[in-house]
Design a protein around this ligand. Structure first.
Ligand code: HEM
Length: 149
């Protein structure tokens, strides 16, 4: 179960990043807030939620996170383990909170301009946070850009 979870979590990152970029670009373009804009917003939040669910499962079953409170201290001392135990989940959960708040504010807005603005701001902040929280190549806790068998 671990390996499929890791593959999906790795590849879904690209779907989420693409949807966030599309959200920001469509928001900056402005104009009418169409059914397609609403769909992009829905799919973005849904992929972020799915990514979080996969992340929680990886946290529970994977080797990068501690299995006991006693092990937690030891994990904090090793940069790669600390990254996946606290830094990565923390940044991603904040990004997810931002997406939910701004998506809901966008849905409640009275005008198309405001719908676009609120969603583009939320997607932009989340994009920056998620980019900062991904284990990119070159970092001490680097992972492959494209996980292959
Ligand atoms: C929502 C946005 C998120 C994105 C874009 C994201 C992205 C990633 C990426 C790219 C990796 C490396 C995958 C690989 O090795 O190929 C990873 C690993 C991991 N992520 Fe996330 N993640 C997100 C959220 C979360 C959350 C919320 C959690 C925990 C609650 C989490 C827990 C983990 C864990 C534990 C690993 C390491 C898995 C292992 O190697 O065993 N992620 N994540």
């Amino acid at each position: 179960m671990y390996s499929p979870l890791l593959y999906i979590h790795s590849w879904l990152r690209w779907v989420l990043l693409a949807l966030l970029v599309v959200s920001v670009v469509r928001g900056l373009r402005g104009g009418a807030f169409t059914a397609a804009d609403a769909r992009v917003r829905t799919f973005t939040v849904a992929s972020a939620d799915t990514q979080m669910l996969l992340g929680i499962l990886l946290y529970v079953v994977g080797p990068m996170t501690p299995r006991s409170a006693a092990a937690f201290g030891a994990y904090m001392k090793i940069s790669a383990l600390r990254f996946f135990t606290v830094e990565h989940p923390f940044v991603m959960v904040v990004a997810l909170g931002v997406l939910h708040v701004f998506s809901s504010r966008s849905r409640k807005a009275d005008t198309d301009a405001l719908r676009h603005r609120r969603w583009a701001i939320g997607a932009g902040i989340a994009l920056a946070l998620i980019l900062a929280g991904i284990p990119w190549p070159g970092l001490p806790y680097a992972r492959a850009l494209f996980r292959l068998p």
